[in-house]
Design a binder for this molecule. Structure first.
Ligand code: FES
Ligand code: FES
Length: 182
């Protein structure tokens, strides 16, 4: 069967078997950012958004997606220009093996779009369906709080998308704007 959807702002048509899930279709077509962990809806590694809501793509039948608006981690920043959530995860050392991180970031992004200034309990609740075997979660919570601060303008963001240290001694040069420091 054919599945017509909007994927990362592009209209696409994918061939899918009746038994295929959204994760099958994504990964079969080169969108490998969403990871296959448990494949049973329990780990959250495969999280993407569908019509703005976080969804575990391993249990969403592809046949239900005609006309849907799907976003994957591939639609966020690039290596040289990370999105605020991505750069907050990097700057807070909120990843180790990284396997859970695409799902964590997509769910965090969805949270921050709905609730730009969540408290810790709200972050923990939102991420409760996404597991991480490495980090102990504390740094992930820090990263989401940091991303919130960047996105709401409470903290500065350097030209490379990273955080400007609170104690940065700036002498008026252009280093934080991507200049050569002169
Ligand atoms: S791979 Fe989808 S929830 Fe685990
Ligand atoms: S960083 Fe390894 S599973 Fe989360």
């Amino acid at each position: 069967m054919e599945v017509n959807l909007t994927l990362n702002d592009d209209d696409v048509t994918f061939e899918a078997a009746r038994s295929d899930t959204l994760l099958d279709v994504l990964r079969d077509n080169g969108y490998t950012g969403a990871k296959r962990g448990c494949d049973t809806g329990n780990c959250g590694f495969c999280t993407v958004t569908v019509d703005g809501d976080p969804v575990k793509s391993c249990i969403r039948p592809a046949g239900q997606l005609d006309g849907a608006d799907v976003e994957t981690i591939e639609n966020l920043g690039t290596q040289d220009d990370l999105s605020p959530v991505q750069s907050a995860f990097v700057d807070n050392a909120a990843l180790q093996c990284g396997f859970c991180i695409p799902g964590m970031i997509m769910r965090s992004k969805a949270l921050l779009e709905e609730n730009p200034d969540p408290d810790e309990a709200e972050i923990r609740d939102a991420l409760s369906e996404n597991l991480c075997r490495c980090t102990g979660y504390e740094k992930i919570i820090d990263a989401v709080q940091d991303a919130s601060a960047r996105m709401t303008g409470e903290s500065d963001v350097a030209a490379d998308g990273g955080r400007v240290p609170a104690d940065a001694a700036c002498s008026g040069c252009d280093c934080l704007d991507g200049g050569d420091g002169e």
